[in-house]
Design a protein around this ligand. Structure first.
Ligand code: KG4
Ligand code: ZN
Length: 342
């Protein structure tokens, strides 16, 4: 059995965790920076980097103490090396490099998206490759065929906003604060999902890509019209987003080589309505449905430590660079209309 220290600092969560190769989360700490970013309605990169720099070292100290371990007893130190806000990524990666040197243990530079993509395997030991993955977070919205460690085929991405971003913008329009996803989900429970006519961008189109910018603009117009209750807008938005996801995913599943399981990961995977709809889609196609517990869906260090566990035996050089962009499938065709997106 091996044990890996994981470090996450790519966005607005500072986190450290110890995870074993037999899937035990021995210790973990996570600090959200919601309060610091809330006044700005979104993550401010400079504030995030400074907060990571202040908090990370004591968190690492705390998990090591709780695990009763010295640095040299670790099998590896895994840190997010991208994609993400570069200042924050550098804080985590440089910390991991220093710890790896001090403990004379291998450094593993983890792709944050791979952390999300493999997190369902931490939660569910029986989940084997290959599987279809819907990866939905604040920065990413992709459908992938996960074929093995480091082998990802991207079938779809967003041509504008990510799904989490659409939730966050809807929350902002409704004055629900930041981060918006959980607040929109809560309010949606009190609303009628059919009350507000909203578009389903790209539904029915021949390629399984996503687009949410038009939906967000329609939410804004609905709010400004003054004709609808906020709860009805939230519920109708969530329903429209969910219809898009199910339609796009169904198309992607048709297009990919068959897989036995449908998996969802990333922050938006914490959304119960979306989990329910995906479960139904999977059931209808005779696929297993796997979704990690919500705490493993939003950014955390256990998933980074787990990606390190999956890669145990490998090591990266101490001069490896932090990467603001790092696509899981570098060979994926660029999508017309999309800027360069990881
Ligand atoms: O994976 P994550 O923690 O960070 C990124 O890598 O982006 O995802 C954060 C995103 C945010 O946009 C947040 O609003 C969304 O996930 N989110 C949710 C829910 N919980 C988090 N969206 C909808 N419903 C939720 N319950
Ligand atoms: Zn993430």
């Amino acid at each position: 059995m091996g044990i890996v220290l994981g470090i996450e600092s790519s966005c607005d969560e500072t986190a450290a965790a110890l995870v074993t190769t037999d899937r035990r989360i021995v210790a973990q700490r996570i600090a959200s920076q919601d309060a610091e970013h809330a006044p700005f309605g979104g993550v401010v990169p400079e504030i995030a980097a400074r907060a990571h720099a202040d908090r990370l070292a004591p968190m690492v100290e705390a998990v090591m103490r709780e695990g009763g371990l010295e640095l040299h007893e670790l099998d590896a130190i895994a840190a997010t090396a991208g994609p993400g806000l570069i200042g924050g990524v550098m804080v985590g990666l440089v910390t991991a490099k220093a710890l790896a040197m001090a403990g004379e243990v291998p450094l593993i530079a983890v792709n944050h998206l791979e952390g999300h993509a493999l997190s369902p395997r931490l939660a569910d030991p029986s989940l084997a490759f290959p599987y279809a993955l819907l990866l939905v977070s604040g920065g990413h919205c992709q459908i992938l065929r996960v074929e093995g460690l480091g082998r990802y085929r991207r079938l779809a991405t967003t041509i504008d906003d990510a799904l989490g971003e659409a939730f966050d913008k809807t929350a902002k329009i409704l004055g629900l604060g930041f981060p918006g996803g959980p607040a929109v989900e809560r309010l949606a429970r009190e609303g009628d999902p059919r009350a507000v006519p909203l578009p389903r961008p790209l539904v029915g189109s021949g390629e399984p890509h996503f687009s949410f910018a038009g939906l967000k603009s329609a939410v804004l117009r609905a709010r400004e019209s003054g004709r609808y209750r906020d709860a009805d807008i939230a519920a109708s938005f969530q329903q429209a987003a969910l219809d898009c996801v199910v339609d796009r995913l169904a198309l992607a599943l048709d297009a990919m080589e068959p897989v036995p399981a449908l998996v969802v990961a990333g922050g938006v995977a914490a959304n119960r309505a979306i989990r329910g709809a995906l479960e139904e889609l999977a059931e209808g196609r005779g696929l297993r449905f796997v979704a990690p517990p919500p705490a493993l869906c939003t950014d955390n260090a256990a998933m980074i430590a787990w990606a390190g566990c999956e890669r145990i035996g490998q090591s990266d050089p101490l001069d490896i660079a932090a990467r603001p962009r790092w696509p899981l499938d570098p060979g994926a065709e660029p999508v017309r209309g999309a800027g360069y997106k990881a």
